[in-house]
Design a protein around this ligand. Structure first.
Ligand SMILES: *Cc1c(COP(=O)(O)O)cnc(C)c1O
Length: 422
């Protein structure tokens, strides 16, 4: 499509957008009495208007039924983790039995590492991207130490080539092959939180398996943003949070994927709790942990119902919109943002994109590297009603989210930025 940098063109794109009605399903934050230009759905997604009803229903059932709500609530609490499965499976390209909503992201990462990072004397290294999110780095570091390894020796962090901002898939694959015999685990972000690069999960997984290693992914910035095919791609495990693109609210319940091929492997080490135990005997309080087959067998504690209700409200919207349609709009919307940014600064005097230009290699986020006065420009954007995200030392991340951002939002952001920098 041939884009134009004008408000009338942006409005025309909005009129043609088959998903335009979804914006009205969300509560949009306000700044100085005006609707904000919200570009931080990659950090905290917006609240669906239905969330309150879903949470309220559980509060009402708790009030009316007390403990009986476990069985007699409109959505019985005992089975609540089952209600989110279908939609999570669709978003991740998994079978419902391969996914479960539970805990928080980093907790799930640890639980998965307990099962899928099984170092031996020869094979003990973890390979990941350089500059992974801090929490993931701490998880890798402490898991390595837990197994008696020195992270300096055992953690391989791949950097882009000199002068480049993102990793080339060929370089990732080559590194996996090179370190192959020593690799226990290859783990990457699905979409890199800082650069916005969408990694090739299929190729990375294939290479890891060829090398004899496990393959896992942190989908914090991928789920609800890009379509995923975890089952077909043969990914061993994945984890995600639900407060970013999934709009399930601050500190929302997270999730995990375990491939079917590991579903019944009771020999895998795990840190268990009663909610992962054979459902028929859960309340018999007997000795001897028998994991439920599938991702449910990794549950530890009983289900946080209020958080899960908020997740359910949000997933209902994804079911209606469908990730395929969202992705189609997202490519266009982010493509439009990229076009506008180039229009403002054709000579690239003020900023440079870190994110890949190929739409297949990114989600909705663009990471804009500011060449000078980055922080000052960011403050002016904020004062003008733009909610974006500043990352030290000099990057502004902007994520137009196809569920609630418009082409006009993108045009207005460009208009404000142009007035600040030019
Ligand atoms: C957002 C994010 C986290 C946050 O971890 P929590 O356990 O949810 O606090 C971790 N890793 C990545 C890659 C993230 O993007």
């Amino acid at each position: 499509m041939k884009f134009e940098n004008s408000s009338s063109f942006a409005r025309k794109l909005d009129q043609q957008d088959p998903l335009r009605s979804f914006r009205s399903r969300f509560l949009l934050p306000r700044v100085n009495g005006k609707t904000a230009l919200y570009f931080t759905g990659n950090s905290l997604g917006l609240q669906p208007k239905t969330t309150k009803n879903f949470v309220n229903e559980e509060l009402e059932d708790w009030a009316k039924l007390g403990v009986e709500g476990h069985v007699h609530a409109r959505r019985p609490w005992l089975y609540y983790h089952k209600f989110t499965k279908k939609a999570l499976a669709r978003l991740t390209g998994a079978k419902p039995s391969e996914v479960v909503a539970m805990n928080q992201l980093t907790v799930n990462l640890h639980l998965m590492l307990v099962s899928f990072y099984n170092p031996t004397k020869e094979r003990f290294k973890i390979l990941t991207e350089h500059g992974a999110f801090s929490s993931d780095q701490y998880a890798f570091e402490t898991q390595l130490k837990f197994h008696g390894h020195d992270p300096e020796q055992a953690l391989i962090e791949l950097k882009p080539r000199p002068g480049e901002t993102v990793l080339r898939t060929e370089d990732i694959l080559e590194a996996i092959t090179t370190h192959g015999p020593q690799l226990a685990l290859v783990i990457f972000g699905g979409v890199q939180y800082y650069t916005g690069q969408f990694f090739d999960l299929k190729k990375i997984t294939e290479a890891a398996h060829r090398a004899g290693a496990m393959a896992g992914f942190d989908l914090a910035h991928a789920i609800g943003n890009v379509p995923l095919n975890l089952h077909k791609d043969d990914v061993d495990f994945a984890v995600w949070c639900s407060y970013k693109y999934l709009n399930a609210g601050p500190g929302a319940i997270a999730g995990a994927f375990v491939h079917e091929c590991h579903a019944k492997n009771a020999a895998l080490p795990r840190f268990a709790g009663w909610w992962g135990h054979n459902e028929a005997e859960r309340f018999q309080m007997k000795k001897g942990f028998q994991p439920i087959a599938g991702a449910d067998g990794w549950q530890v504690s009983n289900v946080p119902i209020l958080q899960s209700a908020a997740l359910l409200a949000s997933l209902e919207i994804f079911e209606e919109a469908s990730i395929k349609n969202l992705r189609a709009k997202s490519e266009l919307l982010t493509g439009y943002l990229e076009f506008i940014l180039r229009e403002i600064d054709p000579a690239r005097q003020h900023f440079e994109l870190l994110t890949p230009v190929n739409p297949k290699e990114r989600g909705c986020q663009l990471s804009v590297f500011m060449k000078q006065n980055g922080k000052k420009i960011f403050r002016k954007l904020t004062a003008a009603g733009v909610i974006a995200d500043w990352r030290e030392p000099d990057v502004i991340r902007v994520a137009p989210v196809p569920l609630y951002n418009t082409f006009e939002d993108v045009w207005r952001l460009g208009d404000i930025l142009r007035q600040i920098v030019v």
